[in-house]
Design a protein around this ligand. Structure first.
Ligand code: BTN
Length: 264
């Protein structure tokens, strides 16, 4: 990865003003958290070619092998309450799908709240972690994993995961993609701090791949099935359950029902 090339492509004030690069690390989110503890400034970026202990939500493993993808984490220090911190996740998801559309004219989608989907399969994911105390959020580390150059997926992931290269066989410039994501994200993050998540709801609905779909949601210890009606102004998913009850899901892990996968 050519870090100077990423820097040359940046048109930001502070996003990426420091980029910490490692050939291999355990997890770029861990690098970001260590730097967060040490007081490193907002907008510092942690990138690695390969992660030995990359992780996703729900304790899932996230594999990043050399040359194949993007593993990047961003250190943020917003003045928000801890409960608001997870709402930064869809903001980055939006910056990513907008960038992919602008650079490649590819329609990636957001599977609420943190997955990037392409062609009905997972292209990437976002893991947001924070350190917060009584006085509010100390720092947030938001980590992005994207599959780029994999030419095939392991057999167990073939039906559920994809890469840009599998989608079409173009050559992708990872450095340019990173610079553009950071350029877009700095603007979106500034809007997020000024207006909150509600500023992004209309765009999130446009890029969502779950609205109007039948889904299964695991939310805490609860498992619910229903039809996704919309995303409300606070970023919650609004579901209509089979008995007609309307349910608001604040946080959860969604699976599209099998019949929905067949439609795509
Ligand atoms: C998910 O799909 O649940 C989220 C995946 C997030 C993966 C990224 S890769 C960079 C950063 N470092 C990690 O260990 N995880 C995130």
């Amino acid at each position: 990865m050519d870090i100077d090339k990423i820097k040359k492509g940046l048109q930001t004030e502070y996003m990426g003003s420091k980029i910490i690069y490692k050939d291999t690390t355990s997890s770029t989110n861990d690098d970001g958290k260590q730097a967060g503890e040490k007081g490193m400034e907002e907008g510092s970026i942690f990138i690695s070619e390969a992660q030995t202990k990359g992780r996703g939500r729900m304790l899932r493993e996230w594999v990043t092998a050399e040359g194949e993808g993007i593993a990047l984490s961003i250190l943020l220090r917003p003045e928000i309450i801890p409960a608001e911190a997870p709402t930064i996740t869809p903001v980055l998801a939006l910056s990513v799908v907008k960038t992919i559309k602008k650079l490649y004219d590819i329609d990636a989608k957001i599977k609420w709240p943190n997955d990037i989907f392409l062609d009905g399969k997972k292209l990437g994911g976002i893991l947001t972690e924070m350190n917060a105390g009584m006085e509010g959020v100390k720092y947030i580390v938001i980590g992005l994993g994207l599959n780029i150059h994999q030419t095939s997926m392991p057999i167990e992931l073939e039906k559920i995961a994809t890469s840009l290269q599998i989608y079409n066989e173009n050559i992708y410039d990872r450095e340019q993609l990173i610079s553009e994501i950071l350029n877009n994200f700095e603007k979106d993050y500034e809007d997020f701090k000024r207006y909150g998540l509600k500023h992004f709801i209309e765009a999130l609905k446009i890029f969502s791949n779950v609205i109007g779909k039948e889904v299964i949601v695991i939310s805490g210890l609860e498992l619910v099935e229903g039809h996704v009606l919309t995303i409300d102004d606070s970023g919650n998913l609004i579901l209509r359950l089979e008995d007609g009850e309307i349910k608001r899901i604040i946080y959860g892990d969604i699976s599209l029902k099998y019949k929905e996968l067949l439609k795509d």
